[in-house]
Design a protein around this ligand. Structure first.
Ligand SMILES: Nc1ncnc2c1ncn2[C@@H]1O[C@H](COP(=O)(O)OP(=O)(O)OP(=O)(O)O)[C@@H](O)[C@H]1O
Ligand SMILES: [Mg+2]
Length: 461
């Protein structure tokens, strides 16, 4: 049974088919309630036979930057072919199909929502929440991908991202979520520390007497990972000749120990991580195409902290809880501003270390104050806290201008984003949000009412 899903009908043709569609959904245990797109909240279905710029804007808003699942359905495949499916996906549609693309589309709707609900149940489970903090849309979308790949496929997974973004933590999560029965250990092999001469033994193990110093036989990483997971960390550092050596075992799961002629079998799931851009490395001839396609059955990129600054405060609370369990320490506004606006070249790792230093200085059970920030962490006169009008801001404006938006549209869009962020931060409290935005409560209420009636339009390209 799938419950509490909104649905809306956009366009004459779908409206005419409404009764049939609603019946089919009920018969397939999908409980929906009808609403219009501007007031919809949560997951839902958009049946549509027409689109206009306003439709795109509302779709973008209701999907809440991809956080909510929105299934878009046309009546026929011929209808669907008339629309730009990629543009609909970019504007927040989770999936798209035509009602006539199979004999029981309502059952497929039920299956899709049940699957999405299962992914989100795992996302909110203590297993994930206890270990990983962050609620920003980009982080939630990334975690959903990780859950999809680990629980519903047995593919090899490549995790990419800058240093300190959580690649190892994600590798551990993938192993934990992997539903294989009788799953064994996660074996970590750090490719930066593998010495070329000993690599064969490290990876494949050796027989006694295989080389000078091989006093006893020994298992290598691929044997140790049998029935478990092998995590090749910093795989981008693996020299070309070692990539060749690993091709067979990664593909066929068979290998020979050094000093032996017998093929051994091993069954493992492979996870690799790197902070290098492996496509670029391939173009430079430093990474093999064939090896890349074997390790990247599924790839997932972890965003740097600067692209998810909304996660800074939740991460800080997460680390406070880890370091001082049960203390529930609050943070003064000035400290919060400092933490959010500071640069983190070392990403989450740097933030974690900073929180540890702050807690080291903090005394008592009251909120963390600005003096708890160590001298060396304070912004000096010359090093300004990062200007908010950074490269991302510039490139967003550049894109808006190139798409034909004028000052008015750009201004409106920036105001709408500021309004949404502040309302989210203040949990919908109009008085506090208005004060933060520097306008009156009434002005904010009027702006929201105007938006509900559909003003302005945005393009997400
Ligand atoms: N979302 C998160 N929630 C909680 N802790 C996190 C999160 N992401 C990263 N961390 C913590 O940040 C630190 C760095 O994470 P991790 O070692 O997984 O990063 P990495 O991407 O493997 O870095 P490197 O490329 O330098 O090896 C770890 O202590 C980890 O526990
Ligand atoms: Mg790492």
């Amino acid at each position: 049974m799938v419950e509490n899903i909104w649905c809306t009908f956009h366009g004459q043709a779908v409206n005419a088919a409404k009764a049939t569609i609603l019946n089919a959904l009920t018969e397939n245990q999908v409980a929906v309630y009808q609403t219009d797109l501007s007031s919809a909240q949560g997951s839902g279905i958009v049946f549509f036979s027409e689109v206009n710029p306003d439709f795109y804007q509302k779709l973008y808003e209701v999907s809440n930057r991809g956080l909510e699942r929105v299934l878009c359905i046309t009546l026929s495949q011929a209808d669907l072919a008339k629309f730009d499916v990629w543009k609909l996906l970019r504007h927040g549609a989770s999936d798209l199909f035509a009602w006539d693309h199979s004999s029981n589309p309502a059952k497929e709707v039920a299956t899709k929502f049940a699957h999405w609900q299962e992914v989100d149940r795992l996302l909110k489970s203590p297993l994930v929440k206890r270990n990983l903090a962050g609620q920003s849309p980009v982080w939630v979308r990334t975690l959903r991908q990780v859950i999809e790949a680990s629980c519903f496929t047995d593919l090899s997974i490549l995790v990419t991202g800058e240093s300190g973004t959580g690649k190892e933590l994600i590798a551990q999560l993938i192993h934990t979520l992997d539903p294989r029965p009788n799953k064994r250990n996660l074996v970590i092999s750090d490719c930066t520390t593998i010495v070329a001469e000993l690599s064969g033994s490290e990876f494949f193990g050796h027989e006694r007497g295989a080389f000078t110093g091989a006093v006893n036989s020994r298992d290598g990483a691929f044997a140790l990972a049998n029935n478990g997971t092998l995590f090749l960390d910093e795989v981008g550092e693996l020299p070309l000749n070692l990539q060749v050596e690993l091709l067979r075992v990664v593909q066929e799961h068979t290998y020979k120990r050094v000093g032996s002629n017998v093929w051994q079998k091993t069954d493992f799931r492979l996870i690799c991580a790197t902070n290098r851009d492996l496509l670029q490395e391939q173009a430079r001839g430093r990474f093999r195409h064939d090896f890349y396609y074997r390790i990247a059955g599924w790839s997932c990129h972890l965003p740097p902290l600067r692209e998810r600054t909304e996660d800074i405060v939740p991460l800080v609370h997460h680390f406070i809880e880890k370091i001082r369990p049960g203390s529930a320490l609050e943070i003064d506004g000035a400290v919060r501003d400092y933490l959010v606006s500071r640069q983190y070249l070392g990403n989450v790792r740097e933030l974690k270390q900073l929180v540890a230093r702050i807690l080291h200085r903090h005394i008592g059970t009251g909120p963390i104050t600005i003096g708890d920030i160590a001298e060396e962490d304070r912004p000096s006169g010359e090093i300004e806290v990062v200007d908010w009008r950074d490269d991302h801001f510039e490139s967003a404006i550049r894109r808006a201008v190139s798409l034909g938006n004028g000052l008015k549209e750009i201004g409106h869009a920036a105001e709408a984003v500021a309004e949404r962020i502040v309302l989210e931060e203040e949990q919908g409290n109009i008085r506090r949000a208005a004060s933060k935005l520097g306008i009156t409560e009434r002005a904010l209420q009027m702006r929201r009412a105007a938006k509900r009636q559909g003003g302005g339009s945005i393009e997400v390209e």
